[in-house]
Design a protein around this ligand. Structure first.
Ligand SMILES: [Zn+2]
Length: 296
């Protein structure tokens, strides 16, 4: 845990003790070194007495300008104390939020729940192309514990509820933090050409959960509801697929999650949440120090 601002460690230095055999010499040095100043002080006192330094002092007189200066200085110091107290409270509050966000995100990611099969995928139990279970791709992004679950039931939020319209074929997937190691995938027979881009999009949701869940929790602490930035969260997933993994804008342009961020970059979603008022990451103690004040 980082050190709290404005707190300093207790001094821990030790002091050597003089060995006993040197006591006599030490005594001599002390009596000499103490004796001389005492003699000098006696001489100075005698001189001061002679010059009237011990007579009743004149009452202190301050000009109005000097009184104003002292009042201003005291007011400034009181203001500084307030600034310090506010900064300390802000820092502790943000640190507490950050610890909580981190803990919740880690708990989400550590989940091991596995969904139960409900409705089989009309498109079958393997994706088209050379990576039918997405294993090679998932391993390449570090999602070694994640597997594709071919499922068309209600837990596949991207596919469930679609279909039934003439001349339309659907493909849909879902990632849910309730099942951090599962990507749901389903598609209609004949929708094969949409499957891979949706799979990559869902894998990007896993990546978001791995790297940006904390940012999302910090946003919630700032009163920013997930629903208010769902389009940006979705765009971030598709844009990551485009900018990092070679998918094309066309792959998502007609989907429910188009990549709408021109010039997308790593960390874009965290910047976006910060632009809405969310804090970013762990608070940095030095940033809570009040600005230096100039003194006369
Ligand atoms: Zn999505």
């Amino acid at each position: 845990m980082p050190a709290l601002p404005f707190e300093f460690p207790e001094p821990t230095g030790s002091f050597d003790v003089e060995p006993p055999r040197r006591k006599r010499r030490l005594g001599v040095i002390l009596s000499l070194s103490l004796g001389l100043p005492i003699l000098l002080a006696g001489g100075a006192a005698g001189y001061l007495w002679y010059t009237g330094a011990f007579s009743e002092p004149e009452p202190l007189r301050l000009s109005f300008a000097e009184v104003d200066l002292i009042d201003a200085e005291l007011a400034e110091r009181a203001d500084l104390a307030d600034q310090l107290a506010t900064a300390r409270a802000d820092y502790r509050s943000q640190l507490s939020d950050w610890d909580q966000a981190l803990q919740w995100a880690e708990t989400d990611r550590a989940g091991t729940a596995q969904p139960a099969a409900a409705v089989s995928n009309p498109g079958g139990g393997a994706m088209p192309g050379g990576d039918p279970t997405g294993r090679a791709f998932l391993d390449s992004i570090g999602a070694t514990d994640v597997t594709v679950f071919f499922e068309a039931g209600p837990e596949n939020c991207g596919y469930s509820g679609t279909g039934g319209e003439e001349n339309y074929l659907y493909a849909g997937g879902c990632f849910s933090t309730a099942y951090p190691n599962t990507l749901f995938m389903a598609w209609d027979d004949g929708a094969d050409d949409m499957v891979w881009s949706i799979f990559v999009h869902e894998a990007m949701h896993w990546f978001q959960s791995e790297h940006y869940a904390e940012a999302s929790y910090l946003a919630s602490f700032a009163g920013i509801d997930f629903a208010s930035y769902t389009p940006q969260w979705e765009a971030d997933a598709s844009c990551r697929a485009v900018y990092v993994h070679g998918m094309t804008l066309d792959d998502y342009v007609d989907s429910s999650s188009p990549c709408t961020v021109d010039g997308w970059y790593e960390g874009w979603i965290a910047d976006y949440l910060a632009s809405l008022g969310a804090h970013r990451g762990a608070p940095v103690a030095a940033e809570f120090e009040p600005l230096e004040t100039s003194r006369p």
